[in-house]
Design a protein around this ligand. Sequence first.
Ligand code: TYD
Length: 214
Amino acid sequence: MPAKFITLEGIEGSGKSTLLQKMADWLAGRGHSVLLTCEPGGSALGRELRPLLLDADREKVCMEAELFLYLADRAEHARRVIIPALERGELVLCDRFTDSTLAYQGYGRGLDLDLLRRLNHAATGGLAPDQTLVLDLPPEMGLSRARRRNLEQGLERKEGRFEAESLAFHSRVRTGYLSIAEEESGRVKVLDASGGPEELFSQACKHFPREMEL
Ligand code: TYD
């Protein structure tokens, strides 16, 4: 069965957005109807929650409140956006999903992983990706790329809450992703994201031979 629901994961600056756009164009060019979406912010509610979660100028909320905002975003996104698209026969490409909560709130912030798995399940109603690509690179490299991108785009770094976290935090997040990939090696594949976008795209394509058939 070709993968229908594909998620991309990774630390800041791993190149998820560029890869997702390339994958969406490539799959659409092969006749698939593709929905490209993201968390947080993939639903109408999510677009309201996103600044609450990421705006670096806002006062930080406690990590439990942060967790429930991500889960509210996911519940709405899964039920109102992703599941209907899958039911219409579309291929869904999503920038971050349940593994982000395990990696950031679990491995990064230290919240209990089993609790997070149960809460993820409650939020999604059991919806899980068919295939997940983790874009892996050293956090030093990811953070410097993310900073450069912000400068190049002349951004006022409004969405910098996680980029402002320490290197140690991002190292824990990276370790989290690699542990998830080891535990669920069928679903989760790790790509080396330290090279350029073309190289990353060709690594990603190797995981979708069935999707190329259409
Ligand atoms: P994103 O928009 O993908 O930003 P970036 O392009 O910098 O990766 O994600 C925003 C942030 O939200 C990212 O730092 C990770 C964080 N996040 C969590 O902490 N938990 C979650 O469940 C999700 C979905 C995201």
